[in-house]
Design a protein around this ligand. Structure first.
Ligand code: SF4
Ligand code: F3S
Length: 106
């Protein structure tokens, strides 16, 4: 499965959702997650993310392992998103900022 990492938080560009053939992206207030039970490893979303926040499960960087379970957990309750929308106005400022997990809204 593919996993959305920390850098999506407060960037949420949503380019990723348009290419997913099986609609596995779920939307929260300032972050998106992938439902691991739906993802078919098609690879299409990874290059679409301007924040480089999507990787295959095997490539999750050290220190972000908890995002594997977080994607699975939040996908159970957050609604599916299939259409791109405008990112937050300050998305660019947040791109690349460290330690964004504390800003995650549920
Ligand atoms: Fe969807 Fe493919 Fe990305 Fe999985 S790898 S989330 S199936 S676009
Ligand atoms: Fe997030 Fe990148 Fe998608 S910032 S919403 S994973 S395009």
């Amino acid at each position: 499965t593919y996993v959305v990492l920390e850098n999506c938080i407060k960037c949420k560009y949503t380019d990723c959702v348009e290419v997913c053939p099986v609609d596995c992206f779920h939307e929260g207030p300032n972050f998106l997650v992938i439902d691991p039970d739906e993802c078919i490893d098609c690879t299409l979303c990874e290059p679409e993310c301007p924040a480089e926040a999507i990787v295959p499960e095997d490539d999750v960087p050290e220190g972000q392992e908890e995002f594997i379970e977080l994607n699975a957990e939040l996908a159970r309750t957050w609604p599916v998103i299939t259409t791109r929308k405008d990112p937050p106005p300050d998305a660019e400022e947040w791109d690349g900022k460290p330690d964004k997990l504390k800003y995650l809204e549920r």
